[in-house]
Design a protein around this ligand. Structure first.
Ligand code: ADP
Ligand code: MG
Length: 332
C-alpha cells in the first residue's frame, strides 16, 4: 500500500462543508460572514503521550478529542481538521481502527478531515483543528483565558482525576479493582471534549480553559492571563474524582486505601481530564446552570476569582491548605 493509496483508503471521504477537501495542494475553507476562525494544534507522540500498545481506535478518538477540547475551551464550533501522520509502516490492522476511531468522533461533531501529510517515521499524530466563532456587534464570542474578573465564580465540568488514576495504574504505581480501572481507563483513553458546553457558554462565561495538565496548573494560566487570584474549595473538587470514595464505590466497599491528600492530588493536579474550567459573574449563575443542562454536561462551582493575586486552597471546613499539589508525587 503506497502513500496515496493509504490516504484514499483510510482518510479521504466525500467533502461535505469545506470548499475543497483532500486532493490538492491546499484545502479551502469558507468562513461564515461575521465570524473568526479558531485554530489549534496538538501532537501525540508514542512513548510520551500514549503507550505503544494503545488500541488504535481509541488513539484515533483521543487524537481528535484533545484538539476538539481546545475549540470547546474557546467556545468555537468545530468545522474541519488536518492530520499529519508519521507511521513506522503502512499497517492496515492499525490504520483501519485508527481511522474509524478518528472519523467517528469527527462525524459526531460535524468536523471534517480536509487534508494532512503522511510520512514514514516513529508513530506521531499531529492534528490541527479549525473552528468558527461569531463576531457579534464587533465583539468576538470566543472565550479566552484572560477574561476572569474578581468576584466571578469558578466552575469545572464533569469529573476530575480519573485519567491520572488510570495512568498511574497502567504504570504499575497503584493497583485498581478491574471495574474501577475500566472506568478510569475510559477517561484516559477516550476523553469527551466538552464542545456543547463550550458553545452554550458563549456570552455567559467570562474566561475558559480546558484541563490538560491538571486543574491547578491550568487555573494558573487563567489567573496569569487575567491578572487575578482565586480561592478553590479543594474538597469540592476532590468529590469530582469519580473513582473516589465519593464516586462509583460510595458506601465504603472501596478497596483503594488512598489518603485524603492523594485523592486531592488526583483532582487538583491529575491531568488529561479534558474538562472545561471556566469563570462567570455571579449574576450569570442561572445561565451557567442552563448551559450545563442544555449541553447535558454536569458543572460544579469549585471556587471564585479574587482581586488578590495567588491561589488559596481551602479544605472542607474552610481552613487553608498548603498548595503543594503542582509538584506532588501522587503515589510515591
Ligand atoms: P503535498 O506534497 O502537495 O503537500 P501530498 O502529496 O502530501 O501533498 O498530499 C496529497 C493530498 O493528500 C493533500 O491534499 C493532502 O492534504 C492529503 N493528505 C496527505 N496526508 C493526509 C492524511 N494523513 N490525512 C488526510 N489527508 C492527507
Ligand atoms: Mg503540494
Amino acid at each position: 500500500m503506497g502513500e496515496f493509496d493509504l490516504i484514499a483508503r483510510y482518510f479521504r471521504r466525500p467533502v461535505r462543508h469545506a470548499a475543497l477537501g483532500i486532493g490538492d495542494d491546499c484545502a479551502l475553507l469558507q468562513p461564515a460572514a461575521d465570524s473568526q476562525m479558531a485554530i489549534s494544534s496538538d501532537m501525540l507522540v508514542q512513548g510520551r503521550h500514549f503507550f505503544a500498545d494503545t488500541d488504535p481506535f481509541k488513539l484515533g478518538h483521543k487524537a481528535l478529542a484533545v484538539n476538539l477540547s481546545d475549540l470547546a475551551a474557546c467556545a468555537a464550533k468545530p468545522l474541519a481538521f488536518t492530520l499529519a501522520l508519521a507511521l513506522p509502516q503502512a499497517d492496515a490492522a492499525w490504520l483501519a481502527p485508527f481511522s474509524q476511531g478518528l472519523l467517528a468522533l469527527a462525524d459526531a461533531h460535524g468536523c471534517e478531515l480536509i487534508g494532512g501529510d503522511t510520512t514514514q517515521g516513529p508513530l506521531n499524530i499531529c492534528i490541527t483543528v479549525f473552528g468558527e466563532v461569531p463576531v457579534v456587534s464587533g465583539r468576538s464570542q470566543a472565550l479566552l483565558r484572560s477574561g476572569a474578573q474578581a468576584g466571578d465564580h469558578l466552575y469545572v465540568s464533569g469529573t476530575l482525576g480519573d485519567a491520572r488514576l488510570a495512568l498511574d495504574a497502567l504504570l504499575g504505581k497503584v493497583a485498581l479493582p478491574a471495574d474501577v480501572l475500566e472506568m478510569a481507563r475510559a477517561r484516559l483513553e477516550m476523553p469527551t471534549p466538552r464542545v456543547a458546553l463550550g458553545l452554550a457558554l458563549r456570552g455567559v462565561a467570562s474566561a475558559a480553559i480546558d484541563i490538560s495538565d491538571g486543574l491547578l496548573g491550568d487555573l494558573g494560566h487563567v489567573l496569569e492571563c487575567s491578572g487575578a487570584g482565586a480561592t478553590v474549595a479543594a474538597d469540592t473538587a476532590t468529590k469530582l474524582v469519580a473513582a473516589s470514595a465519593y464516586g462509583i464505590r460510595a458506601g465504603g466497599q472501596f478497596g483503594l486505601k488512598f489518603s485524603q491528600q492523594q485523592w486531592r492530588a488526583l483532582a487538583l493536579a491529575g491531568g488529561d481530564d479534558y474538562e472545561l474550567l471556566f469563570t462567570a459573574p455571579p449574576q450569570q449563575r442561572a445561565a451557567v446552570l442552563a448551559a450545563a443542562q442544555s449541553s447535558q454536561t454536569p458543572v460544579t462551582q469549585i471556587g471564585q476569582i479574587d482581586a488578590e493575586p495567588g491561589l488559596r486552597l481551602l479544605d472542607g471546613q474552610g481552613q487553608p491548605l498548603p498548595n503543594s499539589y503542582a509538584a506532588f508525587d501522587h503515589f510515591a
